[in-house]
Design a protein around this ligand. Structure first.
Ligand code: ADP
Length: 607
């Protein structure tokens, strides 16, 4: 201003000779134009302040949208921002007409459309729509159908990099003039600077949130030893702190070779239920479980592993393995509708969290194991106490019977029939006692690993005879035994095998209170020519299916129905299993409730 004043005041100053004087009419038009331009500069200055104050990309777009029509006239205004990979630009509409034709949030490759052209050439252009150099039917074509005739496109950039392009359209021919171009360029410069600032701010905020998150999740993970609960609170904390669109945690189920959704928080929660299963190897999550490596897919449409679901509008997915030592036990998966939603910082932070989740799962599993073995110990303790009670009762009963019979023998003059009867009672009860003593001793020896075996060739017939002679078979039962001639010798410890058979035959008697046939059959074991198969069958109570799998475990007894009323220790079958195991054989039962049972075992052939 000082300069002009000086020039006007200078005594040497003269009106230049070739100066052009305007008519009053022209002067008026120019003044109006100048006024209009200065009004628009004021609008731009206000808008710039608002853009400057905006805290996020979305807020910048919102404030531009409010004022753009007053700054640059036209039916169409769009801001197109480059994706992280710079291969696409994403449209944000700035005018209602553009919302109506559903251009908002659409992606276009930078190779197509006028925004792509402006980005690639880093040049502004004012052009008639028919002469647009990168006319694309889905973009300019749609606008042309709406009657748009002139276009103005200006790159959005900072001094370091190009970020996108502003795009304007008007139904008037040659609608955009130099002042429009200047204003659009100034605006794009403002937008460029603001985007850079908000980008830095967003990243800084995200880092701070991430540090807070790691602490928060770590706190949650140590606050419980229940796996479901700890994974649920971890997924909630991750989703909320990062504002991820969707967070899921899968655990591997090796038996089924699949992954089970164990915790879920986010927008797909209604679509993927708790317990949802995905095969290992299937989709990005399955791939991570199979290869123990993370996958960062910032544009899932380019990743062949991605499994699309009908309800999904996922564009980015980040999945990381949860490990215990070298073994993958689960997968943490985050998804977002935005392209390029995740960066390397997300990977680093989520990896740290996966390590913490892994050790929390390990702790919870260890705790679970300790809890279970504690329960088992308490149960064993109870069973042992019961056992002591049963055994001392079982010892006392035959002893008092023997005492009674012996006293009767001493006291009276008795007939030879009576004598035989009392002696039978004594022999019978004494053999019961001896079996009990033998079993009790075997238990102690098996448990301390001191049961010694004398493996020899043994005759099957004599094993059966010995066993039967030690069991009192009641008058209600009939006993038969059949031995195949080619399988009449086995390799084993005769007295231990007798103990097994004795146990099985006395059980057959005991658990068929109604009587019936008891048979011992010895013959070939189909498919295993080196083995001999023993079967002890009865027509008694049978065994309910739920007990069959654990009948050979220590202290297992059928405690329901008729069988529940019969006394026993639940140790005989366990002893049988241990003895047969030491012989390299196998023992099992086939049974039907109400029909009877067949206990079978195998031993090596003797010749
Ligand atoms: P105990 O007979 O002393 O209880 P065992 O270990 O010999 O112990 O048998 C375990 C359980 O298996 C028995 O309590 C009984 O419920 C069931 N069981 C064994 N043999 C038979 C059988 N032949 N028929 C039906 N149930 C049987």
């Amino acid at each position: 201003m000082e300069f002009f004043i000086k020039r006007f005041m200078s005594p040497d100053w003269q009106i230049p000779e070739n100066i052009e004087f305007l008519s009053p009419e022209e002067m008026r038009t120019r003044l109006l134009e100048a006024h209009e331009f200065s009004t628009r500069v004021n609008i731009l200055s206000d808008l710039s302040l608002k853009i400057d104050e905006a805290r996020s990309r979305e807020e910048i777009i919102r404030v531009i949208r409010e004022d753009i029509k007053r700054l640059i006239d036209g039916e169409c205004a769009l801001v197109n921002l480059l994706s992280h990979s710079k291969s696409h630009y994403v449209i944000s509409t700035l005018s209602p007409l553009m919302d109506a034709i559903e251009l908002n949030h659409r992606n276009f490759s930078v190779d197509v459309g006028m925004p792509g052209w402006a980005i690639q050439n880093n040049a502004a252009i004012v052009v008639d729509i028919d002469s647009a150099p990168a006319f694309h039917p889905a973009l300019e074509g749609k606008l042309k159908d709406l009657g748009i005739r002139s276009l103005m496109i200006v790159p959005v950039q900072t001094h370091e990099q190009i970020l996108g392009a502003l795009f304007f359209g008007s139904s008037k021919p040659n609608a955009f003039l130099d002042p429009d171009l200047w204003l659009a360029q100034l605006l794009s410069l403002q937008i460029g600077i603001a985007l850079r600032h908000t980008g830095l701010l967003e990243r800084a905020q995200k880092r701070v949130a991430q540090i807070g998150l790691v602490n928060e999740v770590a706190g949650k993970l140590t606050s419980t030893l229940d796996i479901d609960e700890l994974l649920t609170s971890a997924s909630e904390a991750i989703q909320k702190n990062f504002q991820y669109f969707d967070v899921t945690i899968f655990l591997i189920n090796r038996d089924e070779n699949d992954l089970v959704l164990t915790a879920h928080c986010g927008s797909y929660i209604d679509f993927l239920p708790h317990g949802y299963r995905q095969k290992i190897g299937q989709g990005i999550v399955g791939w991570v479980a199979e290869h123990s490596q993370y996958v960062l897919a910032n544009d899932v449409s380019l990743d062949s592993r991605y499994l699309a679901y009908q309800y999904h509008n996922t564009n980015s997915e980040l999945a990381l393995p949860i490990m215990i030592g070298n073994e993958v036990v689960g997968v943490l998966n985050v998804e977002d509708t935005k392209l390029y939603a995740f960066d390397e910082t997300d990977v680093v932070v989520l990896r740290t969290l996966c390590d913490q989740i892994g050790s929390a799962i390990r702790n919870a599993k260890l705790f679970d194991q300790i809890k279970k073995s504690n329960q088992r110990l308490v149960e064993l303790d109870r069973l042992k106490t019961d056992f002591v009670g049963i055994v001392s009762h079982d010892f006392r009963t035959p002893l008092s019977t023997i005492m009674l019979a012996a006293k009767s023998l001493l006291r009276r003059e008795i007939s030879s029939d009576r004598l035989r009867e009392y002696l039978n009672i004594i022999v019978d009860q004494a053999s019961k006692l001896s079996k009990l003593a033998e079993d009790t001793l075997s238990i102690a020896k098996i448990e301390s690993g001191q049961l010694n075996y004398q493996f020899k060739v043994a005759n099957v017939e004599s094993i059966i005879q010995e066993a039967v002679s030690m069991v009192k078979i009641s008058a209600r039962h009939t006993f038969v035994s059949t031995v195949d001639v080619n399988h009449s010798y086995v390799r084993g410890d005769q007295s231990k095998l007798r103990q097994v058979l004795q146990n099985l035959i006395s059980n057959a008697v005991k658990y068929s209170p109604g009587g019936g046939q008891i048979s011992v059959t010895v013959g070939p074991h189909e498919g295993s020519p080196e083995e001999v198969l023993f079967s002890v069958c009865d027509e008694g109570l049978g065994i309910p299916e739920e007990y069959v799998g654990r009948l050979f475990q220590k202290y297992t007894r059928v405690d329901s129905g008729e069988a529940g009323k019969i006394k026993g220790s639940g140790l005989g079958l366990w002893i049988c299993r241990e003895i047969i195991k030491a012989h390299g054989g196998r023992i099992w039962v086939e049974s039907e409730v109400g029909k009877g049972s067949a206990f079978k075992f195998t031993v090596k052939k003797g010749n």
